[in-house]
Design a binder for this molecule. Structure first.
Ligand code: FE2
Length: 180
């Protein structure tokens, strides 16, 4: 189930807000300009489906989103625990960073945590199948899908160079383990 947990950035372990209600999650995240939506799958998809099949299934949603955001491209990324670079890929985005364009992800299968650090608070969004999240450019955040990562996600973007992580040097993510 989708879940949002918010902490003061000085108080890990003491949530000031926790909700599993999708509308409440979307409302709360709106305050920090993070877009959150639930998309119903138009067709039944299996984790073995090709990227083309997945993109085609979500095409109406993607067209709407691209029209709203101006992002021009979408692709599919899959990560499974047996991926040879699973640990390295986890490590890559586990420290606080920003990007030069919005980080837009839709979870087709599986789950992962986007954790934003805004206005002295830590916003841990546990995203699951059917969740869209868009983290605005310049927002401090990190991502964790755990040590057994399993997800298939759509990425919506304008320029792949926007995926480069610019690390802030803040070690805050070590103090706020993702809530799976
Ligand atoms: Fe990121």
């Amino acid at each position: 189930m989708s879940r949002l947990t918010v902490f003061a950035d000085t108080a890990p372990g003491t949530p000031i807000l926790q909700t599993e209600d999708a509308a409440a999650i979307a409302d709360a995240l709106k305050a920090i300009n993070v877009r959150f939506e639930r998309w119903e799958s138009p067709v039944a998809l299996s984790p073995d489906d090709s990227a083309e099949t997945i993109l085609e299934a979500y095409r109406p949603y993607l067209d709407g989103l691209m029209g709203a955001t101006g992002a021009g491209s979408a692709d599919v990324i899959k990560l499974t625990p047996d991926h040879p670079q699973a640990a390295a890929l986890r490590e890559k985005f586990l420290s606080e960073h920003i990007h030069t364009e919005d980080e837009i992800r839709f979870f087709v299968h599986g789950a992962g945590n986007f954790i934003m650090h805004v206005n002295g608070q830590v916003w841990d969004a546990h995203c699951v199948q059917g969740d869209l999240i868009s983290v605005p450019a310049g927002t401090r955040h990190w991502f964790d899908a755990g040590d057994q990562p399993f997800f298939t996600a759509l990425r919506v973007f304008s320029d792949m160079s926007g995926w480069v992580a610019h690390f802030t040097g803040d070690d805050i993510s070590a103090r706020f383990p993702a809530i799976a």
